[in-house]
Design a protein. Structure first.
Length: 61
């Protein structure tokens, strides 16, 4: 699972391990340098989209 965490304004990093009990595979944390409420703004979405596209391109055809 790809877990995107907003990091701006946070003293602690969000633990992607919180999701581990709910998924059968690994949880990959990707930090996005923005506030949580800004995750759907163009800049953060561009970064998230790039990461998702990379992962999709890695799948077998």
């Amino acid at each position: 699972m790809l877990f995107f965490a907003a990091t701006a304004g946070r003293a602690e990093r969000t633990g992607s391990g919180l999701w581990s009990p709910y998924v059968s595979g690994d949880v990959e944390l990707r930090e996005i340098d923005c506030a949580h409420g800004a995750m759907t703004q163009p800049g953060p979405l561009r970064e998230i989209g790039r990461i998702v596209a990379e992962r999709l391109n890695e799948l077998p055809q």
